[in-house]
Design a binder for this molecule. Structure first.
Ligand code: PHE
Length: 342
């Protein structure tokens, strides 16, 4: 039987075939198992002579099966290694890489430009209260400017200290948060998200602004003009940037000034620089006495200027993009088209 079984083990050429041999020998109905069972009925003498032989048979069959199993597994592994080897000399597949979003890049750029001029970065809140977003900025409850802001309000139950909560409609509340928490002199910019219920090619319900605020003694409109001119020349990287200051109206500045930059037509495209046409880029003015007072400062001692501009708009002007909504679609082809891929 041993010779027979060993031959069967030897000729099994797959793991399945080997298992069949194992069952035929050591399984419940197996030939070796049958022999082991006969030992129970043997006389002690018989058992003494037959026992070692039968057990020896079981041991050698078990060992033979294990050795063959290992051999078959090694062979299988070698076969797979031979067929599935990795060619380390092949070029690696290209992995797409992420980049910083154009809006974030522009915000970083602006922060750097203003840092060079001595401005710190201040932070406010995207969920604001009515007082910081409107009232303290000289926009009382009944002011028509409130209607113009298309504000997203939170339900009345969420009001805090009698002030309705809302998504800030501009970064100007950061002026209030800064003046009420820092001693002047103040020189800050505040970049961030703002929200208005509005959507078309040039408006998205969420967009980005950057606010600027300077509060000191003896600040006048000349300081504002120099600051904006220096910043816009640095941002557009052109010395021929021309500004046009137009009288305007904001409840929180007096006087208020809207600022346009001049452009020229080059091959049918608007290019910043020169003065063939004008594009509005920001709102600004001298901080209103009432705003300075609302923040607990004496407007006879402290004066200043503020400005606010759309970051998305500035990005569109610099990189020649025409649809604001594409900024928030997350389409890689658009990023590549404007050279913002890695
Ligand atoms: N907050 C104004 C807006 O969103 C911009 C502005 C800021 C104007 C600061 C004047 C001073 O349109």
């Amino acid at each position: 039987l041993q010779t027979e079984l060993m031959a069967a083990i030897d000729s099994a050429d797959t793991l399945d075939a080997l298992d069949a041999v194992r069952i035929s020998a050591l399984g419940k109905q197996g030939s070796v198992s049958a022999l082991l069972k006969t030992m129970g009925a043997m006389s002690p003498d018989e058992r003494q002579t037959q026992g070692p032989i039968i057990n020896g048979l079981r041991e050698s069959v078990t060992a033979g099966l294990a050795a063959k199993k290992a051999a078959l597994e090694t062979a299988e592994l070698n076969r797979r290694l031979a067929s599935e080897y990795v060619d380390m000399t092949l070029p690696a597949p290209e992995t797409p890489r992420g980049t910083v979003h154009p809006v974030s890049q522009v915000m970083d750029e602006l922060a750097e430009i203003f840092a060079d001029m001595g401005f710190a970065v201040a932070e406010g809140r995207e969920i604001e209260d009515d007082w910081h977003n409107f009232t303290a900025l000289n926009i009382p409850e009944t002011h028509p400017a409130r209607a113009m802001h298309d504000t997203f309000y939170f339900p009345d139950e969420m009001a805090r200290e009698g002030s309705k909560m809302l998504l800030r409609t501009h970064t100007s509340p950061v002026q209030i948060r800064t003046m009420t928490s820092q001693e002047p002199p103040i020189r800050i910019i505040a970049p961030g998200r703002v929200y208005r219920s509005d959507s078309d090619a040039t408006h998205t319900p969420m967009f980005h602004q950057i606010e600027g605020l300077v509060i000191d003694k003896g600040i006048h409109l000349g300081h504002l003009k120099w600051t904006l001119e220096t910043f816009l020349k640095a941002y557009f990287e052109r010395e021929d940037v021309v500004l046009r200051l137009r009288p305007s109206y904001f409840p929180f500045t007096e006087p208020s000034v809207e600022v346009d930059v001049g452009y020229s037509m080059v091959n049918g495209k608007r290019v910043i620089g020169g003065s063939e046409g004008w594009m509005e880029v920001l709102g600004s003015g001298m901080v209103h006495r009432k705003v300075i007072e609302a923040c607990g400062l004496d407007p006879d001692i402290w004066q200043g200027f503020a400005f606010g501009t759309g970051v998305d708009r500035l990005a569109m002007l610099k990189y020649g993009m025409d649809d604001l909504r594409a900024f928030f679609d997350g389409d890689n082809r658009w990023l590549q088209h404007y050279g913002f891929d890695a």
